[in-house]
Design a protein around this ligand. Structure first.
Ligand code: PXP
Length: 245
């Protein structure tokens, strides 16, 4: 059965919009686990726009499933990863100006540099996965640098028009077969929604889907009515003074 890694970056994004302490991704990770998440995924970005180091450190201590840390291949991230030892690292490309990760890593063009990075992480006993587009040359290059895992980028499929969706879907399906034939284990994710996930979930050979934005959006949709009700009840029926001390 395909497992589900829940990406909770967007919880942290809402918190950072106010620079306050709610909503707390640590609490939400625990709720996601209660809901059946098989793992929790966070992306600690260089600009710290959502997840903070504090989240990484506490989640490492508190989550009961698996912690997958998405990060760029930089010295700063390497030091943090070796210190906190997540259960899995997924290397992603990162640009400051992007709204979210825009595509897979170019393993072919950065093979030597990435091999050194991958070796350092693997020799610390941390499994590493590379976020790649379902392109054969990228999968072959991933296998050449001895990673055990890839995460196939589903964002192009997710954003494609209905005319191109079948084509983009078949690229992912063939990418899974290619990766498995190379001996790679396969995850997938990015841009998946309640509407477009089913064909991807039906592909044999994908072990885990990493899904974030649509789940956090749905949580708002199904939770907002209750949250307003609770606030209305407090306002309608406040306790009497004294409130403090
Ligand atoms: N996988 C990777 C490598 C990602 O960078 C992201 C976004 O952080 C996701 C999966 C989840 O994408 P989404 O939020 O669109 O579900």
């Amino acid at each position: 059965m395909t497992s589900l890694g829940v990406n909770i970056d967007h919880v942290a994004g809402v918190r950072q919009a106010r620079m306050t302490n709610e909503p707390d991704p640590v609490q939400m990770a625990s709720l996601a686990e209660l809901g059946g998440a098989d793992g929790i995924t966070i992306h600690l970005r260089e600009d710290r726009r959502h997840i903070q180091e504090r989240d990484l450190v506490i989640l490492r201590e508190t989550i009961k499933t698996r912690l997958n840390l998405e990060m760029a291949a930089t010295q700063e991230m390497l030091d943090l990863a070796l210190k906190t030892k997540p259960d899995m690292i997924t290397l992603v490309p990162e640009k400051r100006e992007e709204i979210t990760t825009e595509g897979g890593l170019d393993i072919v063009a950065n093979k030597e540099k990435l091999k050194i990075f991958v070796d350092k992480i693997q020799s610390a006993g941390i499994p590493i996965s590379l976020f790649v587009d379902p392109i054969f040359s990228q999968l072959e290059a991933s296998s050449d640098i001895s990673v055990r895992w890839v995460e196939l980028h589903t964002g192009t499929y997710a954003l494609s028009s209905w005319k191109n969706q079948a084509l983009e879907f078949s690229k992912i399906k063939e990418g899974v077969i290619k990766a498995r034939n190379l001996g790679l284990r396969v995850n997938a994710g990015h841009g998946l929604t309640y509407q477009n996930v089913e064909p991807i979930a039906s592909i044999q050979g994908i072990e885990e889907l990493n899904i974030g934005h649509t789940i956090i959006s749905r949580a708002l949709a199904i939770g907002l009515q209750e949250a307003v009700k609770e606030m209305k009840e407090i306002i309608r029926n406040p306790r009497q003074e004294p409130f403090f001390g």
